[in-house]
Design a protein around this ligand. Structure first.
Ligand SMILES: [Zn+2]
Length: 428
């Protein structure tokens, strides 16, 4: 949705999303939804008649965040399931993302077909919030992953390669942005996936010029999917260290790897009362029902006694080590959170926490921001539109009170959000 007025953001520190060092004393002209001009080092920028000039000395501008792995319409309060999948609920979540500076969200499966129309309506300016992309319903395992209560109008669970091909062809007719497959057994609790079914889905998607993102957990599955031509690994490998051959294949085949570190942490971290649990930024992102749950003694007790908590902690540490290996090899590391998949993966907030976890695992703040902006735009085929603060791109921007290249937690200090040139209202 273009438009939204003419703004000059004057005298900011500019993080452009390319991974390069920030520019100081930069000014930006926003016009017709786009970044119309940029000046740096204090050189003058012509403000057209009628422009709103915002003098922002001391503030930092970065690109809007792109979440490459999220979900919409599954959660309401603390409930999860297909019954929540309505246009009203989807828009509510997309507004929450946008207010947190997440201006684009890839809804990676478990979507009803109404999201195709929602996507079109949003392009026409008839729906608000973060720009949503869709992987359609996606392809799960019969009786297995994803273990979410959604019906056949929201996921395919093909038992044979031919059924998988048919599912892909049905989705392809709607021009999804990606095809999603789930390859996992949920820590051995659910039936094994059939990799022949997944190979057929990948082949059929490629025949339709669609790329495939795979939910993975195990190294062995990731290796097979790489052989079968998968384009995106939508989670970290979390059972074993990545071996050098797999690292090389990911790099040389240019397979995007989305770490989703917050996913593992989300199983237990809130019960450990971290310092940020009372921060205004976190609290703003919680529904009243979720806040009540997280604050309850019953919840903390349950998580502390749950034997899988230790497994999730271990999985996170393996994921962090694998991220370090891929980074050392300069493999394409993208960005996503799995927010919206269940109540504990909190839209908008999770993306900022994910940046912090990527930095905790060894990335520099500008590198983590690069993954969440320019790299993700490339992964999603949006490079012409967004992902970097550059002349001609959409004005998808976050204005921050402090510089996240110094401390990644400063991405939470949001002063303003612009999405396609519109200044977004940050609260009701
Ligand atoms: Zn997911």
């Amino acid at each position: 949705m273009p438009g939204g007025g003419t703004f000059v953001l004057s005298d900011v520190r500019l993080i452009d999303g390319t991974g390069h060092a920030p520019s100081d004393h930069a000014s930006l002209l926003i016009q017709n939804g786009k970044i119309a001009a940029i000046s740096t080092n204090g050189s003058p920028l012509h403000a057209p008649q009628g422009a709103t000039v915002l003098k922002l000395t001391g503030k930092t501008v970065m690109p809007g965040i792109i979440n490459g792995h999220g979900h919409v319409g599954l959660v309401q309060g603390t409930s999860v399931g297909g019954g929540n999948y309505t246009g009203v609920n989807i828009e509510r979540e997309l507004v929450q993302y946008e207010r947190c500076g997440v201006t684009t969200v890839m809804s990676l499966g478990m979507n009803k077909d109404l999201l195709y129309k929602f996507r079109t309506d949003q392009e026409k300016g008839e729906e608000g919030g973060a720009t949503v992309l869709t992987a359609g319903r996606g392809i799960g395992v019969p009786g297995g992953v994803p273990p979410v209560n959604v019906g056949p109008d929201q996921i395919y669970r093909p038992a044979t390669p031919e059924a998988a091909r048919k599912a892909v062809r049905e989705m392809a007719a709607h021009s999804p942005n990606l095809i999603k497959i789930w390859v996992d057994d949920n820590l051995g609790k659910l039936p094994q996936p059939n990799l022949n079914v997944d190979a057929a889905a990948i082949d059929e998607a490629h025949r339709a010029n669609l790329r495939v993102a795979a939910h993975v957990y195990y190294l062995a599955d990731a290796k097979q999917l790489i052989q079968d031509g998968v384009d995106i690994l939508a989670h970290s490998v979390r059972d074993k260290p990545l071996d050098p051959d797999t690292v090389s294949l990911i790099k040389n085949k240019n397979i995007y790897y989305i770490p989703t570190l917050q996913l593992e942490e989300s199983f237990y971290i809130y019960a450990q009362s971290p310092a940020w649990i009372s921060s205004a930024f976190f609290r703003r992102s919680l529904s009243p029902q979720l806040a009540a749950t997280l604050d309850s003694a019953a919840y903390k007790n349950r998580v502390q006694k749950d034997p899988s908590t230790a497994i999730h902690e271990k999985a996170l540490s393996i994921a962090e080590a694998n991220l370090r290996k891929l980074q050392a090899a300069t493999a394409p590391i993208a960005f996503g959170t799995d927010s919206g998949a269940n109540p504990y993966r909190i839209p908008g907030w999770a993306e900022h926490r994910e940046l912090q976890l990527m930095v905790n695992s060894g990335m520099k703040p500008l590198e983590a921001i690069h993954c969440a902006t320019e790299v993700n735009a490339k992964m999603l085929g949006l490079s012409d539109k967004t992902g970097a603060v550059q002349k001609g791109k959409q004005a998808d921007l976050i204005v921050l009170d402090a510089d996240p290249s110094q401390n990644i937690a400063n991405t939470e200090k949001i002063a303003m959000v612009f999405h396609e040139g519109r200044r977004i209202k940050l609260a009701d």
